[in-house]
Design a protein around this ligand. Structure first.
Ligand SMILES: [Zn+2]
Ligand SMILES: [Zn+2]
Length: 271
């Protein structure tokens, strides 16, 4: 049986359309004897409306994203599970920019002026162990060429905090697979095979299988994430595991096979 001991794509209440606390997710992971849980709430315009200009920032209010700013208080190991804090950041344009890249933060959440202005993106990603980059809203890709959409994914993958490209099999954006996978391989970055796709988007599973097969042929590492939006889903990889076993996906290319392998992938790709 294929070993998958890490769930590195999960959501908590902070994602707003998700329903569990971080501790409920950790307990669910512990019950299934997972070694590692990565919590990856949405860093996205899905969460809160744009506010225009405030005294604290332009475009979005950093107070709406403060959940990401106090990760330091999370235990490294909780109920026996290694816990990582991360986020799933939206890719927002064809340049591969991530959400918040154009939001200039001038003040801390308490109203104190920042000594040096930074972008909301840099402030939030700074404290993340890794980042998943995903396309959710895809209107900006309409009419784009394959070269442009491929470059979008390549640029997102090249961001120094991005470790994983999320659910590219179901995002609905076409891309040149071999070109993208070559970059992932060269940089030691991971292509996600996403469990929620098997549960909620069965029409996209053929694409996911093709991506996994090509990763196996080219020697590209994958990550597995349930994309759980409630603790009940954490660690349940039936769809992903079934498909990977069917195509005899090599265990050595599964970065989420155990905690040590996933932590090594972070060190290797993000330094
Ligand atoms: Zn997503
Ligand atoms: Zn997600």
């Amino acid at each position: 049986m294929l070993h998958i001991s890490c769930d590195v794509h999960t959501h908590t209440l902070f994602s707003r359309h998700a329903y569990s606390t971080i501790e409920e997710n950790v307990r669910a992971a512990a019950e299934l004897r997972l070694e590692l849980l990565g919590s990856t709430d949405h860093f996205s315009s899905m969460l809160y409306p744009e506010v225009g200009k405030t005294e604290r920032a332009q475009g979005y209010d950093p107070r709406d994203f403060q959940f990401f700013m106090n990760y330091g208080c999370w235990p490294k190991v909780w109920h026996g599970v290694r816990l990582l804090h991360a986020c799933e950041a939206d890719i927002v344009d064809l340049k591969g920019n991530l959400f918040g890249h154009d939001v200039v933060m001038t003040h801390e959440i308490n109203g104190n002026p920042l000594r040096r202005e930074c972008t909301l993106k840099d402030r939030i990603l700074r404290d993340c162990d890794y980042v998943i980059a995903s396309v959710h809203r895809d209107d900006f890709t309409m009419g784009a060429t394959l070269a442009q959409t491929t470059q979008m994914y390549v640029s997102a993958l090249e961001d120094p905090k991005v470790l994983i490209l999320g659910h590219i099999g179901r995002a609905g954006v076409a891309f040149d697979m071999d070109e993208l996978l070559a970059v992932a391989k060269e940089k030691g970055k991971l292509i996600e095979i996403n469990e929620a796709t098997f549960k909620s988007h069965p029409d996209a599973t053929v694409a996911c299988r093709r991506i996994a097969e090509r990763c196996a042929e080219l020697g590209v590492m994958i990550s597995t994430g349930t994309d759980a939006h409630i603790s009940h889903e954490v660690g349940h990889f039936e769809g992903v595991r079934g498909m990977l076993e069917e195509i005899r996906f090599p265990q050595a290319l599964v970065a989420t096979r155990d905690a040590d392998s996933f932590l090594a992938a972070i060190r290797g790709a993000l330094g």
